[in-house]
Write a protein of this length. Sequence first.
Lengths: 151, 77
Amino acid sequence: MTLQVLSPVEGTALPLSEVGDPVFAQAMVGPGIAVDPARGAGDAVAPIDGTVVTLHPHAFVVATDSGAAVLVHLGIDTVQLKGDGFTLHVVKGETVRARQRMISWDPATIEAGGRSPVCPVIALDATAEALTGLRQPGQVAAGEPLFTWQR
Amino acid sequence: MADKAAAILAGLGGADNIEEIEACITRLRCEVKDGSQVDEAALKAAGAHGVMQQGAVVQVVVGPEADTLAEDIEDLM
């Protein structure tokens, strides 16, 4: 089975290794890609079809019925904001479609607060070899493919 | 899961060593009284993907089960 994982935000694709957080940069919870989001208020959308299994104001996990789970983290150290500046449009346990609006936020506000708004998109517990077609660094629109997960 | 919570709590130096523990989606963020009581090898043996420690602040990377683990650990304290 292959699973196409889409960009949750518009911005610039980057290798995960460039994220300023060792948990993501060293792929401790799984491989993936980071997207440096376009500055200005916008939405983060679902990267795959599935169920919202974890939901925080600043991050979420969508999992397929077969257990493939994709983590989207909106900015680095944004847990410290305790939800300030994030508006949720879904609830935990909800079934979502890829490209569905999940969370509204403003990367420029995050950056103005001294934090990086970069969004790691992680194939949880996947091996690096399981990801193919990784998007080359550069511009990406929300809903465009970031990588394919071979399962 | 409860066994894992107990093992992680032990690796952090036990309930008496915990000032504060909270979960963020992929990790447990913990403030301990005595950083020298944190046993990185024990935490990894308990299933942590990684451990980052700066003095009294310890981050235990456990993946998306962090929320559940933090609740289980709080139940044990």
